[in-house]
Design a protein around this ligand. Structure first.
Ligand code: FMN
Length: 359
C-alpha cells in the first residue's frame, strides 16, 4: 500500500448531480437531539458542525431532520415544521449548511461547491413511522404514530418489554392512502427547501430526474439495533473485531454486494463497523462500495480523515478507528430488554455530541 493519498478512499467521487466529494470518507448520520425553539437548529448545532467541517470529510450527512414536527424520533430532534414560514426554515438551515461546509471557520464566506476548503453536506430527511414515542412531536399523547401497518414495535420478549412498548410507543395507526400521499408530499417539500439552502438542490434535481446520487447501505431499528451491534447481536459486539477479513469488519458488506449486482451504476455507501484504513480501502478496491460511512468513530475523533485515516504520518497498522462498546447490563438481560444496551450505547454518543456542541 502506498501513502494514504494514493488510496482509493482518498480519491474524489463525482455524483450524478455534479457534486464532487473530495474523498470517500463520510461522516454518517447521527441524530444530535439538540434542536432549539421550533425544532430548528440553533447555535449549538452550528458549533457542532464547525468541528466536523474541519475534519477533512468527503461528505457530511446531518442527523435525521423530520419532515413533520408532529412525528419526531425524540423530543429534541430537528424538523422542518410545515407550519413555519419558508423564510424561517431557509434561514435556520442555511446557517447550518454554512457552518458545515466551511473547513476554515475564520473565513467570512463559505467556499464554493467543488472548490478546495468546501465540505459537501447533505441533510438526512426522515419520518420515524412507528418509532416515534409518545411526547415526541406536536401531536397529542394519545394520537398514535403513523406507520405503513398497525404493527407495534417489539422491544423484547418479556412482560416488562411489552408494558414499556405500550407506554412509550403504543400501537401505530396504519396510514390511509391520503396520509401516505401527504407524507410523500412533505418529503418533496422538505427536499425542495433543502434545495434552497445550498448544494442540496442537487439532491432535488436527482429526485426530479427519478435518479439517486448514491445509496447508503446501513440498517437497524429499535427492535433489532444492528447499526449498534452488527450482525453478531449484543454480545458479539463486545469484542473488538479483527480486520482479518473485511466481511468481519463492516456489518453490511454482503448486502451491499447484492445491491451492487442489481444496480451496478449507483454509487454505494456502506455504514457500520469499519475499523481500519486497510478494511475501508479493501471494501472500495474490491468494488463492494464507493463510500465509507463512519458514525461513532466520527464522534470520538471528529477530525478522523485529516488526522488519522488519510494522514501520511500514520502507519497502516496504527490507522484504526474506535468505538466505545457497552456491555448489555445484566438487568437488561434479566428483564428481557436487550434494547436497553443499545440505548445506553447511543446515549453515550449523544452525550459526547452535546459536549462537542459546547466548544
Ligand atoms: C447516537 C447515534 C445516532 C444515530 N442517528 C442516526 C440517524 O439519525 N440516522 C441514521 O440513518 N442513522 C443513525 N445512526 C446510525 C449510524 O448512522 C450508523 O449507521 C451506525 O452508528 C453504525 O455505524 P458506526 O459503526 O460507524 O457507528 C445513529 C447512530 C448513533 C450512535
Amino acid at each position: 500500500m502506498g501513502g494514504p493519498s494514493d488510496l482509493q478512499i482518498a480519491q474524489p467521487l463525482t455524483l450524478k448531480c455534479g457534486l464532487t466529494l473530495p474523498n470517500r470518507l463520510v461522516k454518517a448520520a447521527m441524530a444530535e437531539q439538540m434542536a432549539g425553539p421550533n425544532q430548528l437548529p440553533d447555535e449549538r448545532m452550528l458549533t457542532l458542525y464547525k468541528h466536523w467541517a474541519q475534519g477533512g470529510w468527503g461528505l457530511i450527512i446531518t442527523g435525521h431532520v423530520h419532515i413533520d414536527d408532529a412525528h419526531l424520533g425524540a423530543p429534541a430532534d430537528p424538523a422542518l415544521s410545515p407550519s413555519l414560514p419558508s423564510d424561517t426554515l431557509i434561514t435556520a438551515y442555511s446557517a447550518l449548511a454554512r457552518a458545515s461546509q466551511t473547513t476554515n471557520p475564520q473565513s467570512a464566506s463559505p467556499p464554493k461547491r467543488n472548490q478546495p476548503g468546501h465540505t459537501p453536506t447533505i441533510i438526512q430527511l426522515n419520518h420515524p413511522g412507528r418509532q416515534s414515542p409518545r411526547g415526541a412531536g406536536t401531536r397529542s399523547l394519545l394520537t398514535p404514530a403513523l406507520a405503513p401497518s398497525a404493527v407495534p414495535l417489539s422491544l423484547g420478549p418479556g412482560l416488562l418489554a411489552r408494558a414499556l412498548r405500550v407506554l412509550a410507543f403504543g400501537t401505530p395507526k396504519a396510514m390511509s392512502v391520503a396520509e401516505i400521499e401527504g407524507v410523500v408530499g412533505q418529503f418533496a417539500r422538505a427536499a425542495r427547501r433543502e434545495g434552497e439552502v445550498g448544494e442540496w438542490v442537487e439532491q432535488v434535481r436527482a429526485v426530479v430526474e427519478e435518479g439517486v446520487d448514491f445509496v447508503e447501505v446501513s440498517g437497524g431499528s429499535y427492535e433489532d439495533p444492528k447499526m449498534i451491534w452488527g450482525n453478531d447481536g449484543p454480545d458479539g459486539a463486545q469484542e473488538e473485531k479483527s480486520d482479518r477479513t473485511k466481511a468481519r469488519e463492516a456489518f453490511f458488506l454482503e448486502f451491499a454486494r447484492l445491491i451492487r449486482k442489481e444496480f451496478p451504476d449507483v454509487p454505494l455507501m456502506v455504514t457500520g463497523g469499519f475499523s481500519s484504513r486497510g478494511g475501508m480501502e479493501r471494501a472500495v478496491v474490491d468494488g463492494d462500495c464507493d463510500l465509507i460511512g463512519l458514525a461513532r468513530p466520527a464522534v470520538l475523533n471528529p477530525l478522523l480523515p485529516n488526522n488519522l485515516v488519510l494522514n501520511s504520518e500514520v502507519k497502516d497498522q496504527d490507522a484504526r478507528v474506535y468505538r466505545r462498546k457497552h456491555k448489555t447490563p445484566w438487568f437488561a438481560k434479566f428483564l428481557g430488554l436487550p434494547v436497553i444496551g443499545a440505548g445506553m450505547d447511543s446515549q453515550f454518543y449523544v452525550n459526547k455530541i452535546h459536549e462537542m456542541a459546547k466548544a
